[in-house]
Design a protein around this ligand. Sequence first.
Ligand code: NAD
Length: 458
Amino acid sequence: MEERQAERERSQSVLEKQRSFFHSGQTRDVDFRLRQLDALRESVKRWEPQVLEALRHDLNKSEMEAYATEVGILLEEIGYTRKRLRSWVKPKKVKTSKMLFGSKSLIYPEPYGVSLIIAPWNYPFQLALAPLVGAIAAGNCAVIKPSEWTPHTSKLLAELVADTFAPEYVTVVEGAVETSTALLEQPFDTLFFTGSVPVGRIVMEAASKNLIPLTLELGGKSPAIVSEDANLSLAAKRIVWGKYTNAGQTCVAPDYLLVQEDIREELVEKIREAITAFYGDNPLQNPDYGRIVNQKHFQRLSSFLKEGRVVVGGESDPESLKIAPTVLDGVTWKDSVMQEEIFGPILPILPFRQLSEVVEMVTRHPKPLALYYFSEDRSKQEKVLEEISFGGGCINDTLMHLASPYLPFGGVGNSGMGSYHGKYSFDCFSHHKSVVKQTTRFDMSFRYPGSKNGLSIF
Ligand code: NAD
């Protein structure tokens, strides 16, 4: 009880300090924002060796993977934002309707105020700081709550942020569920949550108490679909890369594979070849192959290995928390591996005969965060894009849509709401204030009750 009260008081005090800094008006100045983005970029570069080390400790990420998916992507986001920010902050003039003849219509982007960013453990560095880029660009203060499951990265984030920003502007609050709960009780001005669907519900309920605008970046079961006319070698390589990077602990990883029946065996063979080419004959011994974040998830994933029939991989090591890249055949929608988001290196396969079955299967389930379709046929590609709703995805590739700052990244329905990256991050942390600047040179009298004249000139 006392602990809960202490957490509450800590959250309250953090918010009050930041709110008072926000009201000082400093964050509204675009030069201030640019200086903060520069400072963040410099810190990320300076701390890079420690970041890579922390990610190795927490998830056994290799240097190459950690740089590409955590550090590099963040630096790219900062650079993209920095270059364009001056034009984004300007009020945008838009057309004025005839009803408003003589006036000007403008949209003023303004910061919400103090934002709360809650991050998950799977890309613990990038997913805490990429939203921060949007928060800073839009002129907000920010409190970041990283995940308790990646303690090395979480601690490093706290140190890096404290070394870069004044705490009344940007700060990290470390802690687990109780910390998150206490923060969520506070009337922040905007919330940005990345994590699971069940916790997303809790966050949204908490936000509703104070009517806080929020963005939810959630998960779900994202399909990869391969038609018989696809380039199978490329499809196999790209699916294997998308699935087993970070040992399958990627929100947009292909969760399961729908494959046209005639090419099923050939595709499985090519997937096996790609796994061996990327991770060697014994992936558990590969020092650069990722591990499962904790025992709880390792046990959960291990139970999936008992379902269907293992056709590739299947080995695991409870000591190193590693599970080999695995393909499961012979599963059904009733198996638990098909009932929940897998979030690990296990790829179940289900066959289909006609594309219409795929549409029926996927649309019967909650809208996925991502979808990947492999086919050389334009009309089939269009059918999938038109008939299935999903957050974002690729034709003939996996994951790549999230690497472009030109594309909004986010879910739909159960997989989330709102989007970010590039300009969409700026928008996500901004209120767009609509303003009509009316002329006083004349007046449209007919709008007033009882008026007879149409126009009065002064
Ligand atoms: P999680 O929902 O368990 O935790 C996310 C954050 O919420 C953590 O900081 C955690 O401390 C906090 N939290 C946990 N329980 C809470 C509670 N009861 N009340 C308040 N806060 C709480 O998610 P996770 O296990 O860290 O991450 C995995 C999930 O995140 C997967 O479902 C994955 O798909 C999703 N994800 C989505 C994206 C995306 O961009 N859409 C990216 C990465 C991960």
